[in-house]
Write a protein that binds this ligand. Structure first.
Ligand code: PMP
Ligand code: GLN
Length: 380
């Protein structure tokens, strides 16, 4: 049959997690923690179910959660957003990304995407008739070449998709990046989709340069985040999108027919938890930095080479000292022969540089899991 997405197969995350389980390997591929989120948060869901909060939530999200999100944005970034008109709760960041694109990208519109890119952007653009214009990040430090962006902009450019902290590289935006972006979009009607799902996971004293901090950018942006990453609950699939009222109106037109609304008891539980533990966000960077350092310190004794990740719970590793095979072959070898699953970097590119020899490890794991994996990886 004719396919709307002929190039798309099963996602690499599903493939690698399946391979890890087939080979009983330690799974450092798909990004999810192997430990639980806060007990109080988990308990609250059951309590709300027993209290009868089991019917449709309002389309935009339950009010206490929208209020708690607005409060968090004010606390973290000093920006006042309207919980009624500007905040929409979604079924994960994935839904928010799709809805923002579907709401604004018209057939033939161009969307700038930076490679390596998270895998859900391109299919969302294509399904809505848009054209993805890929710009490669620097192949060493994954920074953005703003001259290349300037050259890529045309009269058809509708949107730029930014992801910081960046999956899969762990790179983060700098003040210079934000200034360059501001200068580029000034006096245009280019929209921005800011994927900030790792907003609370930054290392070595870095501060997240959320677009919420930059009013001139925020007023043309869909700023998306996910509770999955922040509260160790990737399986709940609850995220949100903050956008100016006029953009939120369009966003909600799509959201109401994509999912209509998202799980009611979980939204109430999250609202409570956001208010109960306001320090959680600030502590998360340190929590994951300890895991990154545990992983990287041991990896110094391996043949892998790396520069420490600046944010996210991912670490890229160069394996060119171990093998010259391509990264897809390498992760198959690694899962079978070494017993550790990873993600090949090339799958995040439209056209991967042929000399690419990097794989991505997820370090959102219990220390025992990391130590077990490390024991194997240092022998590779
Ligand atoms: N964007 C990025 C960069 C991600 O890494 C992820 C999750 N892996 C998502 C979006 C999707 O988030 P969610 O699970 O909340 O849909
Ligand atoms: N975001 C996760 C990752 O990068 C995977 C999400 C998914 O499996 N779709 O590993």
């Amino acid at each position: 049959p004719a396919s709307r997405l002929p190039q798309v197969g099963t996602t690499i995350f599903t493939q690698m997690s399946q391979l890890a389980s087939d080979h009983q390997a330690i799974n450092l591929s798909q990004g999810f923690p192997d430990f639980e989120g806060p007990q109080v948060l988990l308990d609250r869901v059951g309590e709300y179910i027993k209290k009868g909060m089991n019917q449709y939530a309002p389309m935009t999200g339950v009010e206490p959660l929208r209020l708690a999100i607005a409060d968090k944005i004010q606390r973290c970034y000093g920006r006042k957003v309207c919980p009624q008109a500007e905040v929409t709760v979604t079924s994960g960041a994935t839904e928010a990304i799709f809805a923002a694109i579907a709401a604004t990208v018209r057939p033939g519109d161009e969307v700038i995407v930076f490679d390596p890119a998270y895998d859900s952007y391109e299919p969302a653009i294509l399904l809505n008739g848009g054209v993805a214009k890929h710009i490669q990040l620097d192949s060493y430090d994954f920074s953005i070449n703003w001259d290349a962006v300037r050259e890529a902009i045309t009269a058809s450019t509708r949107m730029i998709i930014l992801n910081s902290p960046h999956n899969p590289s762990g790179a983060t935006l700098s003040v210079e990046d934000v200034a360059a972006l501001e200068a580029l979009v000034e006096n245009t009607d280019i929209l921005i989709l800011a994927d900030e799902v790792y907003e609370h996971i930054l290392f070595d004293g870095r501060h997240h340069l959320s677009l919420h901090r930059y009013e001139a950018l925020a007023e043309r942006s869909f700023i998306v985040s996910s509770f999955g990453k922040t509260y160790h609950i990737t399986g709940w699939k609850i995220g949100y999108c903050v956008a100016p009222a006029a953009l939120s109106v369009e966003f909600r037109k799509v959201h109401q027919f994509l999912t209509f609304s998202t799980s009611t008891p979980m939204q109430y539980a999250l609202a409570d938890y956001l208010n109960l533990d306001k320090d959680h966000d600030q502590a998360l960077g340190e929590f994951y930095q300890a895991k990154r350092d545990r992983f990287n310190t041991a990896m110094q004794d391996s043949r892998f080479q790396f520069t420490p990740s600046q944010g996210t719970y991912f670490q890229l590793m160069d394996y060119s000292n171990i093998s010259d095979i391509n990264d897809v072959e390498f992760v198959h070898w690694l899962v079978k022969e070494v017993g550790v699953a990873a993600i090949p970097l090339s799958v995040f590119y439209q056209k991967a540089p042929p000399e690419l020899r990097w794989v991505r490890f997820c370090f959102a794991k219990r220390d025992e899991t990391l130590d077990q994996a490390l024991e194997r990886l240092i022998k590779a």
